[in-house]
Design a protein around this ligand. Structure first.
Ligand SMILES: CC(C)(COP(=O)(O)OP(=O)(O)OC[C@H]1O[C@@H](n2cnc3c(N)ncnc32)[C@H](O)[C@@H]1OP(=O)(O)O)[C@@H](O)C(=O)NCCC(=O)NCCS
Length: 135
């Protein structure tokens, strides 16, 4: 059974850390503006398995830290969570949504028609590019 619901910011931290920065501390994955964001969790049989965080700037949204626990990747859960927030943004009358995508995940976002914005950067030795979707 798969369920997606809005969750407290602090619930995202363990999944972010285990999935995206397994060699770092829990504090490392906390965002300064976490308490200004809207956070969603995907539960598989009542176990928190994936998270994503949304940050609003007028009609534009940024999503950050989309993460599905490693042993549950490749089963459609990332797709389900991303589709959920895309629908959420549309309901909120968003005009666009963007993310700093890890370069090695850009094909995943391309499946949702996100476009590459020609801006790249490197942080903590991870390469990123900005990807955006207009509604
Ligand atoms: C990227 C991530 C969120 C995708 O979630 P997922 O549940 O594994 O993905 P899904 O099972 O929904 O995959 C959907 C499709 O995207 C593809 N895909 C998944 N991850 C991909 C990746 N990193 N790069 C390219 N394609 C990817 C799948 O092969 C699948 O393709 P198909 O439809 O042709 O079979 C997840 O793998 C993850 O948490 N990765 C580590 C953290 C990370 O990189 N987060 C993104 C930061 S920008």
């Amino acid at each position: 059974m798969v369920q997606i619901e809005q969750i407290y910011p602090s619930l995202t931290w363990r999944i972010r850390q285990e999935t995206m920065y397994p060699d770092q501390s829990l504090d490392f994955v906390k965002l300064e503006d976490d308490f200004d964001g809207i956070h969603f969790g995907l539960y598989v049989n009542h176990h928190l398995t994936g998270v994503v965080s949304l940050f609003q700037n007028e009609h534009n949204y940024q999503f950050r830290k989309l993460a599905i626990l490693p042993h549950q990747q490749g089963k459609g859960f990332g797709t389900a969570l991303l589709n959920y927030i895309l629908n959420f943004c549309k309901i909120q009358n968003a005009t666009s949504i963007w993310c700093n995508a890890r370069v090695n995940a850009k094909e995943f976002y391309a499946k949702f028609d996100f476009s590459e914005m020609n801006q790249t950067f490197t942080k903590n030795e991870i390469h990123y590019l900005i990807m955006e979707l207009q509604f």
